[in-house]
Design a protein around this ligand. Structure first.
Ligand code: ZN
Ligand code: ZN
Length: 272
């Protein structure tokens, strides 16, 4: 028995979920792992933290929440930001051609995510995101916004902004996190693997823990799917994890419902 494991703790199962539950493989979905690498992405490329292809006739988004503050360059000093709206930051841009299998709403081929990178007194989460679907050709034909505000030198929490990165998308088979299994399967496994003291070590699952589009969310905590107003569970669209610090945030997850007009969307985050 390894020294770093308390004696009363059961050993982790050697097999992963694919061997333990025959049905597990049936949950496979295609994901596109985005593989960001720091670089100088062009706005005509998919990117994390890069420049966005933004239409000239649409003002750059600002966050109008009250009480912005930042840790600034020194995390011990909480720095208040002057009152007023602050520009949102480009987070993710995905062209449909780079994420095969991810279905874009009709007439669109470009997905953009921005969020407010400052902290808020009344924070709904580590970030306040917005999501935009666009048509690349239409944006280009209408002209691009030339004045995109940049982050001040020390104004933003660098933790909350990704380094400008190019993407090398790769299609992969994705399987759900352990916590995303249907309740009955999870209970059954817990009973099979539990020790007399009711201690339980999760078997490894085959979920891809990475920034990705499509597939399954890479939850750090128990699954927390949003429901659409139509009553149906939303679909997973994008997971951002590991590529931005976001304090002790585990990941930020985006979902949408393609059944409903206007493609409603929602987001979740979780912590380590
Ligand atoms: Zn804000
Ligand atoms: Zn819906």
């Amino acid at each position: 028995m390894p020294a770093d494991r308390p004696a009363d703790r059961p050993a982790a199962p050697e097999s992963d979920l694919r061997t333990l539950i025959p049905q597990y493989g049936g949950f496979a979905r295609q994901a596109v792992v985005l593989n960001p690498e720091p670089g100088e992405p062009d706005m005509r490329e998919s990117s994390l933290g890069g420049g966005l292809l933004w239409p000239a006739d649409e003002p750059w988004p600002y966050c109008a929440q009250e009480g912005h503050w930042t840790f600034g360059p020194d995390w011990r000093n909480r720095t208040e930001i002057l009152p007023g709206a602050v520009p949102m930051m480009p987070i993710l841009q995905l062209y449909a051609r780079d994420v095969p299998g991810v279905e874009f709403p009709e007439g669109t081929d470009l997905l953009q995510l921005v969020w407010c990178a400052l902290n808020h007194d009344e924070d709904p989460g580590p970030v306040v995101p917005r999501l935009h679907w666009r048509n690349e050709a239409q944006v280009v034909a209408g002209g691009l916004l030339s004045e995109i505000p940049a982050a001040g030198e020390t104004e933003y929490d660098e933790d909350n902004i990704p380094r400008p990165s190019t993407l090398t998308p790769a299609v992969a088979e994705d399987l759900p996190r352990w916590t995303d299994l249907p309740e009955d399967l999870r209970r059954d496994l817990e009973q099979r693997l539990g020790s007399p003291g009711n201690r339980f070590v999760r078997p490894p699952d085959a979920n891809i823990i990475a920034t990705k589009a499509g597939g399954w969310p890479a939850w750090t905590q128990p699954a927390d799917w949003p429901d659409c107003a139509c009553g149906q569970r939303m679909e997973h669209l994008v997971t951002i994890t590991g590529d931005i610090q976001l304090g002790d945030c585990g990941g930020v997850y985006f979902f949408h419902c393609r059944r409903c007009p206007g493609v409603p969307w929602d987001w979740r985050f979780d912590c380590h």
